[in-house]
Unconditional design. Structure first.
Length: 366
């Protein structure tokens, strides 16, 4: 630099930072770090100015306009012990810190988080979301994070902050022990608890986390398929009723598909015959009179005697759960296991002869 640049540097009269542009910390460019005593310092809203003397923090200024003098620089004045006039230049590093809130910072799990679920056992979770931070203590932030670099942006620290958030959320999920089925209804509560839990760690860096938002917590595909399968079983309910429903659906599809050919016609006829058999059996079962029902209830054996008595009158016990089956029941109404001494078609449910190779109702191969 030439003599004119040196002279110009000695007479810096305005110190300010106009464009933060997403930068957390910016070092004021002063030639040879020389600033004139009596210069004007302008600190805007959401800013703080820090003066360093030989690498040590001397003074911190909040928003406002200041004329640099011994009144406004008491610490720096004591450190320097000037013997010159108050308009003499002095050397100091000046850093502007952006104290505005930085939003829409992303976090996400790099690897799955393993947790224990009371229903599915050990599972792996992935999650992502956003968080917001701001500088709470500029001096602490300068000491712990920034150092003496020229500029410092959010990208320089988001990797470390993301690891803090993922670690805190993983620990929180393990402590709360929320079942997987209830996670989606607990996002707001988990976000609030995570924000409170991580405040001490952020405060140690001179920061404060103003909010953490959980956008999604997802399970592996195999666990999601297991949940879907269990939901289907719960919806199906009674297996006997479910089989009747499936047969009715087959009839409807066959009726709505006239171009299905012989195969579709055979399936429709088989389902129709099976449904006809079910309804015929239901209609032909005699309904006992009130007197007969009362006498039957009075004489009915209890406990294990009921199964023995039923077996002696042609009833048999289910091989799946031991329930006593009536002569007309082809499947156990409790667990759906087929009657042990008879075979039934897997397609339409029709009864099969012992030596049958094809179903006589729908033509399905046995």
């Amino acid at each position: 630099m030439g003599i004119f640049s040196f002279i110009k540097g000695q007479f810096i009269e305005v110190i300010e930072w106009e464009n933060d542009n997403g930068v957390l910390v910016h070092k004021f460019p002063a030639y040879d770090n020389a600033i004139k005593m009596g210069a004007q310092l302008t600190v805007r809203e959401s800013q703080a100015a820090i003066f360093l003397n030989e690498g040590q923090i001397a003074d911190v200024f909040g928003p406002g306009r200041y004329e640099l003098s011994t009144q406004n620089l008491p610490v720096l004045t004591a450190l320097r012990s000037w013997k010159h006039m108050f308009n003499s230049p002095f050397k100091a590093d000046v850093y502007f810190v952006n104290t505005a809130q930085f939003t829409d910072l992303r976090w996400g799990t790099t690897n799955p988080v393993i947790m224990r679920d009371p229903e599915f056992g050990m599972i792996r979770l992935r999650g992502y979301g956003v968080y917001a931070i701001k500088v709470k203590d500029p001096a602490v932030f300068l000491k712990e994070i920034f150092g003496t670099r020229q500029d410092f942006s959010t990208e320089s620290i988001t990797g470390y902050l993301k690891s803090l958030i993922v670690s805190g959320l993983s620990d929180l999920l393990g402590e709360t022990k929320i079942p997987v089925a209830d996670l989606s209804s607990s996002y707001d509560e988990l976000s609030a608890q995570a924000t409170e839990k991580l405040q001490p760690k952020f405060a140690a860096l001179g920061l404060t986390v103003t909010g953490i938002t959980i956008e999604n917590l997802s399970l592996p595909e195999e666990v999601e398929r297991m949940i879907d399968r269990k939901s289907s079983m719960n919806i199906a309910g009674n297996l006997d009723q479910y089989m009747k429903f499936q047969a009715a659906e087959s009839m409807r599809e066959a009726a709505n598909n006239p171009d299905g050919g012989a195969a579709g016609t055979g399936v429709g006829l088989g389902a129709g015959m099976a449904m006809g058999q079910m309804f015929t059996q239901a209609m032909n079962q005699p309904q006992p009179s009130p007197a007969q029902a009362q006498a039957s209830a009075a004489s009915a054996p209890s406990g294990g005697q009921a199964a023995d008595a039923g077996a002696s009158h042609g009833n048999v016990a289910c091989t799946g759960c031991g329930h006593a089956l009536q002569p007309s029941q082809k499947f156990c109404p409790e667990c759906g296991t087929p009657r042990p001494e008879k075979k039934f078609c897997s397609e339409c449910g029709g009864e099969l002869a012992a030596s049958a190779k094809f179903c006589s109702s729908c033509g399905t191969k046995v």
